[in-house]
Structure formats: C-alpha cells, structure tokens
Design a protein around this ligand. Structure first.
Ligand code: PHE
Length: 468
C-alpha cells in the first residue's frame, strides 16, 4: 500500500512552516550586523527592494513548480521538462545543495546546544573568553550532542508534514517571536541602547558600493531559503485551492520583520556593552559573532542584572537562535527525504532512516573539521587559504551555489515549463492574478532581468572566494 503524500493542514500551516524555514541564523545574526556595517537604513532599503523585485518572483516560481507537480525538486524538474533530460541535472543540484547545507548547519546547531548547556550550568564567564570557542568545537564530546540532535530531528521528521514539520513550526514560531520581543524590550532599557538604534536606523548612503549591493542580494536570497529546493518541496504540500502570491508575501514579510527586529535586539546590546563600538570591526560571519562575541555582551549585562540575570538572558537568546536553527534544519533535511519518498518509492519511515544514515556519514567529518581530526581540519586549500572540510561545504553550498540554483529555476520556468504554465498555476487559488500587474512583472522579469542579476551575483561570489 502506498502512503498518502504529505500535506499542510491549511494556508497558515504552510506560512508558519515556510517562515520557520526562512527564519534562521541569517535573520537573527547575519542581517543585523550586515545592515549596521553597510549604512543602516540605506542597506535596509536596498534589501527590501531585492526582496520585493527579485526574491518574491523566484519564491513564487519555486512554490508553483512544486504544487503543479506534487513532487520534490528532482521530480518537479523532470516532470515539467517535457522529456528534456538535461534538466534533471538542475533537479539533482536542487537536492545535493540542501543535503550538503544540512551537513554544516547541523554542526553549528550542535555548538548552539553545547553553549546553552554551558551557560545553564553557570559558565557564561568561561564562554566569554575569546579562546573558549576554539576549545569547544574541538571537544570529542560533540559526537554525543550530534547524536542527540539527530535523534530529535529525525523523530520530528518521522511525524510527517502535518504532525512533524507543521506542528513544530506552530509551537516554535510564536515562541520565537515572543522571546525576540521580550528580549528586545529588555535590552532597550540598558544604558546607551539608543546609540545602537541610531547606528542601525540612520541611513548612510556613502557606504553603498557594488560589493554591499551584491551582499544584500545574497543575504535576501539566502534568508528566504531560496535556491535550496525547500520551497519547491513545501509547494508540493500546499493545498490547490490556496493563494500562492498572497501566502508567499506573508512569508517574506514575516522573515524580513524578524530580521529587522533582531537588529533592534543585537545592536543596542552591542552598544550598551561598548558605546564606542566601531561596527566595522564586527565580524559578519554569524559563527564568529554568535560564539565568540555575544557571550561577552551578555556577561557585561551583569552590572545591571547580576551574573544569574545575565545568564538567564543569554540562555534565552541562545535558545531563540537554537529554535530558529532547528526549524530551518528540519525544513532542509525534509528535501532529500521527499526525494527518496517520491523517486525511490520508499515509505516515510524508510526514507527518514536512509537520510539519517546519510546525514550522519557526512556530519561526522564536518564536526571533526575544527580540531578533532587534522585530516579534516586542513582538508584542502583554494583562494590562497587552507580550508577544512566544514569550510569547503559551507563555501560551495552555502555561499556560492544558491544564486545559481535560482538562475536555473528562472530559466526553466520561463523557457522550458513556459510562462503560460506558471501563470496558470499561480492563478489557481488566486483568480485575480491573471492580467494583474504582478503577472505582467513576473512574466517580463523572470526570464530576463532576474536570472541576469542572479548570474552576476554567482560569478562575483566565485571570484571573491576561489580566486586568490
Ligand atoms: N533562511 C535560513 C536562514 O536565514 C537559511 C537556511 C534555511 C539555512 C534552511 C539552512 C536551512 O538561516
């Protein structure tokens, strides 16, 4: 007997799950720092422009591909390609990408768990020491945490689309929003918080240059979970009678609002710590910031709320980041699982088991890449720098490939599936779509400006990372 294919219970279920995927480390850490380093509100304006005019159409195209075919990315590309087998490669890329992103995102999430535990047992002061991060990531005990985290994730995924993914998002997304608002209100009461707000919100257009613009688009694309096959798969779980353009808008608004609010939390906290902070010195890497810098900021709050109070705030913050990471991680691991279910005709149970084994095999070298094993720590070198296995996976799949996958989606929808098919899918559940300005804009831009811009971003990133 074949199992019924998973489906979200409602439009809200889809919106929460997609927002759960979109809200991740990119929102709560990378965005605030990027914005403040690159001109505050000026950066925000460009970011919003990219979300509306580039990312929103690509998001809808991905969701429409999934819903039209009821399949994972490999199945969706092959079904809509009308026998042109070359397009299967694009489908394969849209599976390998989330598979590999899951590998290193899992490792970062393991570190988060260790940090939460360490703070909870009273060791915030140790963590705020610069050298502690290097020591934590080289601990052999990480394997135990990795195993625990993987068990939790795969148990959730065994619950299926409604009982696992959607239920998790229904619980964690409102919790996350509440924690974010409460922590922000608390931080705003600290001395000098206002300096952080000023830094964040006063526009400074003099900082704009090509690399900032490139960074804003990459960040927007990444933050909405585009180019990872996630929205194709989630689209395949979306009811036919529901409205894609409207639901997509809500996901984009939720994701962007959380990123914006995270800025109102992080920057005032940083400026309360040191009113003379020079944001140019802040690391844009989420990892460096979360694990090396933020513990110091929380520790400094002890003058206002005592050591125990500062530890509580830190635990709350790290739990918030953990929840954001967990919902993203679950969403991305679902992509290969949906592929095993559709293409290999496995039951969900067997597909989950297969993916658990595969992910573990790749996560082990990734977790050994920061000191546990010399071989994986100095795995390769390019762009003039020695790179670990973890760096390699992160550079190729996280930093570089997403705009390229987005490019293939645009070209595919415009010239292979054809705009007529796309329009007809987008108007299912939204009869006003046909003939609207939105339809005109998408039909014009999806095969022209948008893929062109995405290709430019891809090429410039390749030069930045791989050419010495
Ligand atoms: N949108 C996520 C973020 O901002 C990106 C992501 C999604 C990463 C799913 C991993 C898995 O962090």
């Amino acid at each position: 007997m074949t199992e019924a294919r998973g489906q979200f219970s409602s439009k809200l279920g889809f919106i929460l799950a997609a927002a759960g995927s979109a809200v991740g480390l990119g929102n709560v850490v990378a965005f605030p720092v990027m914005a403040s380093k690159n001109g505050g509100a000026a950066f925000l304006i460009i970011y919003l422009f990219f979300i509306a005019f580039i990312c929103y159409p690509v998001m809808m195209a991905e969701i429409a591909m999934g819903r039209q075919t009821n399949r994972n990315p490999v199945g969706a590309f092959s079904q809509l390609s009308n026998g042109h087998r070359g397009w299967r490669l694009a489908g394969a890329l849209a599976i390998v990408t989330p598979f590999m992103i899951a590998v290193f995102y899992t490792v970062i999430t393991v570190w988060l768990v260790v940090y939460i535990k360490e703070i909870a047992i009273g060791r915030l002061d140790v963590l705020s020491n610069q050298s502690t991060f290097g020591e934590v990531v080289a601990r052999p005990s990480l394997f135990g945490y990795l195993f625990g985290l993987l068990c939790l994730i795969f148990l959730i995924l065994l619950g299926g689309v409604k009982g696992g993914i959607e239920r998790l998002a229904r619980i964690l997304m409102p919790t996350l929003a509440l924690m974010l608002v409460s922590l922000t209100l608390f931080v705003l009461t600290l001395d000098n918080a206002i300096a952080g707000i000023r830094y964040y919100l006063v526009p400074d257009f003099s900082r704009m240059n090509l690399s900032v613009i490139n960074g804003a688009l990459s960040q927007a694309f990444f933050s909405l979970s585009l180019g990872m096959g996630i929205l194709v798969t989630y689209g395949s779980y979306f009811n036919r009678q529901d409205n894609i353009p409207q639901s997509t808008r809500m996901v984009a608004v939720a994701d962007t609002s959380i990123a914006f609010f995270a800025g109102l939390l992080i920057l005032p906290a940083i400026f309360a710590f040191d009113p003379n902070t020079n944001t140019d010195d802040l690391s844009t890497s989420s990892v460096g910031l979360i694990f090396s810098f933020l513990p110091q900021i929380f520790l400094s709050m002890q003058t206002a709320v005592g050591y125990a109070g500062a530890s509580v705030v830190a635990v709350l913050f790290f739990s918030l980041v953990f929840f954001a990471a967990l919902t993203s991680l679950v969403s991305i691991i679902e992509i290969p699982i949906s592929c095993w279910i559709d293409e290999l005709k496995l039951t969900r149970k067997k597909a989950v088991l297969l993916q658990a084994v595969l992910l573990t095999i790749f996560a082990i070298p990734a977790i050994m890449s920061l000191g546990i094993s010399d071989f994986f720590t100095t795995f390769t070198s390019y762009g003039g720098v020695t790179k670990s296995f973890f760096d390699l996976v992160s550079d190729v799949f996280y930093e570089t490939i997403l705009p390229f996958v987005g490019f293939t989606v645009c070209i595919f929808c415009s010239y292979r599936w054809k705009l007529k098919g796309l329009s007809s899918e987008l108007s299912t559940g939204d009869p006003k779509y046909l003939g609207s300005w939105l339809e005109k804009y998408i039909n014009f831009s999806l095969g022209t400006v948008i893929p062109f811009v995405l290709l430019l971003v891809f090429v410039s990133t390749v030069f930045q990372i791989y050419v010495p």
